[in-house]
Design a protein around this ligand. Structure first.
Ligand code: NAD
Length: 250
């Protein structure tokens, strides 16, 4: 057990928590003493991860939830409130890419990415909000990306969705700050997860050399940022946009 557990007693929902950065965040939050809910679209993946993380008795629950379905999110919140009685942190981490240059991007590709990455963040945040308002406390963290700030070839839909969640955070920081709820965004750079799997090795190498630290990031390095922002150590940080990219955008 860590000497000082920064998320002791907090109940945290991590969307897209079954793999990648979300899974690393679930592990980190458990290490820091939180009760963790993994909300991901695949029930089988959720069950497998909950079985693994919970093997030693860790307080982890799983819900098969598609963040584009308001009804599923409401059921998650109702179930969690019945079991845990509160919701302290929401990490809006679920996200997808469907890349194409503007000239080729289909309406379906555009709509699907906006649906998951933008509308899903709106719906999940709205679902937890009544509980956080009743508590007079809470933290909402949105997964943005460095491409929201600088654009990216082939990512019209994705870059717009990730810029949108920064706009959410800045709006919610104003609306909800007076209610004791802090909202912040994290912009990962190039992090080694399966979301990069479709990117050719040559392009990945070009990305790597652009990073002053000379390497891709690890999911744990983004998880550490979420843990800090979720903790009371970040009690005066509201409406911030934190890059975790090794200096990529310099
Ligand atoms: P990943 O593909 O490894 O994991 C994403 C998870 O989200 C998966 O478990 C997936 O099942 C889940 N998910 C997708 N659609 C969902 C839906 N509709 N409902 C519920 N769950 C859903 O991705 P990752 O690399 O770990 O990325 C996590 C987040 O960080 C994403 O929002 C991504 O855009 C963002 N991000 C990643 C990078 C990177 O380099 N890896 C960079 C910047 C931003």
């Amino acid at each position: 057990m860590a000497a000082h557990m920064r998320l002791q007693g907090k109940v945290a929902i991590i969307t897209g928590g079954a793999q990648g950065i979300g899974l690393a965040t679930a592990r980190k939050f458990l290490d820091e003493g939180a009760q963790v809910v993994i909300a991901d679209r695949s029930g089988a993946a959720v069950d497998a991860v909950v079985a693994e993380l919970g093997a030693g008795g860790a307080p982890v629950r799983g819900y098969a939830v598609d963040v584009t379905h308001a009804g599923e999110l409401k059921a998650l919140v109702a179930g969690l409130l019945a079991e845990a009685g509160r919701i302290d942190v929401l990490v809006n981490n679920a996200g997808i890419t469907q890349d194409a240059r503007l000239v080729n991007m289909t309406e379906e590709q555009f709509d699907r990415v906006i649906d998951v990455n933008l509308r899903g963040v709106f719906l999940a945040s709205q679902a937890v909000l009544p509980a956080m308002l009743a508590q007079g406390a809470g933290v909402i963290l949105n997964a943005s990306s460095v491409v929201a700030l600088y654009g990216n070839f082939g990512q019209t839909n994705y870059a717009a969705s990730k810029a949108g969640v920064i706009a959410f955070v800045k709006t919610w920081a104003r609306e909800l700050g007076p209610k004791g709820i802090r909202c912040n965004a994290v912009c990962p750079g190039f992090i080694a997860t399966s979301i990069l799997a479709t990117i050719p090795a040559k392009v990945l190498e070009q990305m790597r050399v652009r990073v002053p630290l000379g390497r891709l990031g690890r999911p744990e390095e983004v998880a550490n940022a979420y843990a800090f922002l979720a903790s009371d150590e970040a009690s005066y940080i509201n409406g911030a946009v934190l890059e975790v990219g090794g200096g990529l955008t310099l």
